[in-house]
Design a protein around this ligand. Structure first.
Ligand code: DON
Length: 308
């Protein structure tokens, strides 16, 4: 927070204080380690494209990025291979189904979109590099360009998901069977589990969103993380598919491209203006943070952010 709190600081502090009392939902438990999160944690960060950062609550508390990573890895695939090639691997159709649904677009021999697990596993296979170590390095470098700093891996969450992620294994093996992925499923999954287990705090995540908002350039470091021509592709897919089977109602009410993760974070992008990150572990039946959805609604209303 700046030395003298301004109206945005005061708005966020008030919002945080009011919504701290909001109950409902529970931390995800299907990845056992995530179930240990403190349900009271609640942080908000807003990163503007001019580099200004506003925070409230537990904005410095680190958590695993989980599904929010899917948006950045999708952008990397587009930058690396171009739109047409990526469309051969993954579509852009909303599913209206849960994030881990075992459904594939068999008519086009590809997952429906890069925000559901099937699509994200297909996209993880597209990360640049000649071998697993090179691909891990490319992933780390990508996320570092967005966040403006090196991100650590949460080894405990990574191992917890790797030990229990059999549904994702089922999806990956099905995709191997239909030729949607080519490499060994366990290797592709390892990279996917790693990308989901990177540690960020709300300030990092807001900066990552501000980077997309800023035409792909990190406003704090000046580094380009995403080609300008692919920013609309990433935002469109976030807008349609980022909140899973809540995506339609989210777009109707809040009207901003967003991506949620089962650790309890939501990233919103205000194109051309800012990234907003909200973290609070209790999630609802759709896998979206309860306080996150409530806070996003209030922020969008208060500042008239609905893009339509
Ligand atoms: O694949 C999984 O189940 C997790 N690593 C990520 C899921 C996730 O964050 C979905 N978001 N709501």
């Amino acid at each position: 927070m700046r030395a003298t709190p301004g109206p945005i600081d005061r708005f966020l502090a008030d919002l945080h204080a009011r919504l701290s009392g909001l109950t409902g939902g529970a931390p995800a438990t299907y990845i056992p380690e995530l179930g240990k999160a403190d349900p009271a944690l609640f942080g908000i960060a807003v990163a503007m494209v001019d580099g200004t950062l506003y925070t409230a609550g537990d904005a410095a508390h680190r958590f695993t990025i989980q599904s929010i990573s899917k948006a950045f890895v999708y952008g990397h695939a587009l930058d690396r291979l171009g739109r047409e090639a990526v469309l051969r691997h993954v579509g852009v159709e909303p599913t209206g189904e849960s994030f881990n649904s075992i459904s594939l677009d068999e008519a086009h021999n590809r997952p429906f979109n890069p925000m559901v697990n099937a699509g994200a596993i297909a996209t993880a296979e597209l990360i640049e590099g000649d071998d697993p170590i090179a691909r891990q390095a490319a992933l780390a470098a990508l996320m570092e360009r967005y966040a403006g700093r090196r991100l650590d891996l949460d080894e405990t969450v990574y191992h917890s998901e790797k030990a229990t992620g059999h549904r994702n294994r089922a999806i990956a093996w099905m995709m191997l069977n239909s030729g949607m992925i080519k490499r060994a499923p366990e290797e592709v999954l390892d990279l996917y589990f790693r990308q989901c287990s990177l540690l960020v705090d709300a300030r990092d995540l807001a900066t990552m969103g501000a980077t997309i908002a800023n035409d792909g350039i990190n406003p704090r470091t000046g580094a380009r993380a995403l080609a300008r021509e692919h920013v609309p592709d990433v935002l469109t897919v976030m807008n349609m598919c980022g909140m899973y089977n809540y995506a339609g109602q989210w777009s109707y009410e809040i009207g901003l491209p967003a991506k949620s993760g089962v650790s309890g974070a939501i990233l919103l992008v205000i194109p051309g203006q800012a990234g907003i990150a909200i973290y609070s572990p209790p999630i609802d039946a759709n896998g979206n943070s309860v306080r996150g959805v409530a806070a996003a609604g209030e922020i969008a209303d208060a500042f008239g952010l609905h893009i339509f």
